[in-house]
Design a protein around this ligand. Structure first.
Ligand code: V47
Length: 385
């Protein structure tokens, strides 16, 4: 039941007027159990920003190694050096994966992996180069800010230098991983050893300055509290005000299985939808909000298209990070299935490439068309498109 002085009434007025929500507004939204109002408000912004379109892409994941120097509490993917399940993909395996991706019409390769104790920076550059040589038309979205920071340490070179070398090799954009929760109360407990909040933000700032676009994520539903999530969103919004280089925000639902936090329950359906709506409402300067079906499940991802999300990510093949952590979703959905889910949700499916150009397919090949502009968003800094 909503009372006369319900804070959602004031928030509704601000959302309808297109005004920015404050940190306290975010907390009020978090505190509300009125999921329908949250959804209605998020949907208003979603439709104002992206009309009735819902985007997807055709992509493949490559996780070049699972060996990692870090031991983040939430991670079920990492392995120690010498462990039975430890692996490093060699040139032939990477090239084969790129060939398969090309053969199935993928427009994007998403690369993220462990931070190996012994591999040199040159290996990670080679991975990008091998793919570029094999499938020059595929966009390479590779290496989170955490990986970029690690490369800069092992190569003893600046972040800018590292990014420039990767761009030279064929890097097209940065994925949004490694953000987890920025607030130190949480970050220090779940992944204190890896890139700090300041470092994560600074690497994206540098990437945007070099002309790369990037995504951002938030891993929620473990030991995080409402104020940590709002703090996270506000920090991203501030950086986006400064650079305009972020394309998409992806809230990542925590999967506990096989992690050091396996005792925690999975986030509920209510929480998934609330965080989705909250993300759309707080991140008023992000063009896109993604419902990553691999983590959310196809059913929740479909409903999320009415709770702020305008993107379902891709057809996704060879996903390891969440499947090791207990995700029960398939490894792949077909384009027909994604389009059906979108259409059934009352939206218009649009295939996009990584940088949000429309993709057109004819006779087994694809071409990119115009950039998908987002009305009502004024983005500073980096040139779009
Ligand atoms: O940084 C790791 C998360 C991220 C678990 O940019 C987990 O388009 C839940 O960022 N349960 C990597 N999450 C993946 C990622 C991503 C995914 C899809 C699209 C994009 C994009 C980026 O996965 C990590 C971490 O936050 N993660 N373990 C887990 N057990």
């Amino acid at each position: 039941m909503r009372s006369q002085s319900d804070p959602l009434d004031a928030i509704r007025e601000r959302v309808e007027a297109g005004r920015r929500l404050s940190f306290d507004d975010g907390l009020a939204l978090e505190a509300s159990n009125d999921l329908f109002t949250l959804g209605t408000l998020a949907n208003l912004v979603r439709e104002r920003t992206n009309g009735n379109f819902a985007y997807y892409n055709v992509n493949t994941h490559i996780n070049p190694t699972n060996v990692c120097v870090y031991t983040c509490d939430f991670c079920a993917f990492r392995a120690d050096l010498g462990e039975d399940r430890a692996y490093v993909m060699d040139r032939d395996q990477i090239v084969e994966r790129a060939r398969q991706a090309e053969a199935r019409g993928a427009t994007e390769l998403h690369i993220v992996g462990g931070l190996h104790h012994k591999l040199p920076f040159g290996y990670y550059v080679d991975v990008v180069r091998w793919i570029k040589e094999t499938a020059p038309g595929i966009h390479i979205k590779a290496y989170t800010a955490v990986e970029i920071e690690f490369f800069s340490k092992i190569a003893r070179r600046s972040v800018e230098d590292v990014l420039r070398e990767l761009i030279e090799a064929g890097l097209g954009s940065l994925p949004g991983g490694g953000a987890e929760i920025f607030h130190p109360e949480v970050r220090e407990r779940i992944c204190g050893a890896k890139a700090s909040t300041e470092s994560w933000l600074n690497i994206h700032r540098t990437a945007h300055r070099l002309g790369l676009h990037s995504n951002a994520t938030m891993l929620y539903g473990h030991i995080d509290r409402p104020e940590h999530r709002i703090d996270h969103l506000v920090r991203l919004r501030e950086l986006q005000d400064e650079t305009g280089g972020f394309q998409t925000f992806i809230p990542l639902a925590f999967h506990p299985d096989n992690s050091q936090m396996a005792h925690l329950p999975k986030p509920s359906g209510i929480m998934d939808l609330k965080v989705m709506a909250l993300s759309r409402l707080m991140l008023d300067n992000f063009p896109h909000i993604k419902a990553y079906w691999v983590m959310l499940g196809l059913k929740t991802a479909q409903i999320a298209l009415s709770f702020g999300a305008d993107d379902l990510d891709g057809t996704v093949v060879h996903e390891k990070i969440y499947h090791e952590a207990g995700a029960e979703t398939p490894q792949e959905v077909t384009v027909a299935e994604i389009r059906r889910l979108i259409t059934e949700a009352g939206r218009v499916p649009v295939e996009r490439d990584t940088l949000y150009h429309r993709v057109e397919r004819a006779g087994g090949s694809w071409t990119t068309r115009e950039h998908i502009d987002v009305p009502g968003l004024t983005l500073a800094g980096a040139a779009r498109g």
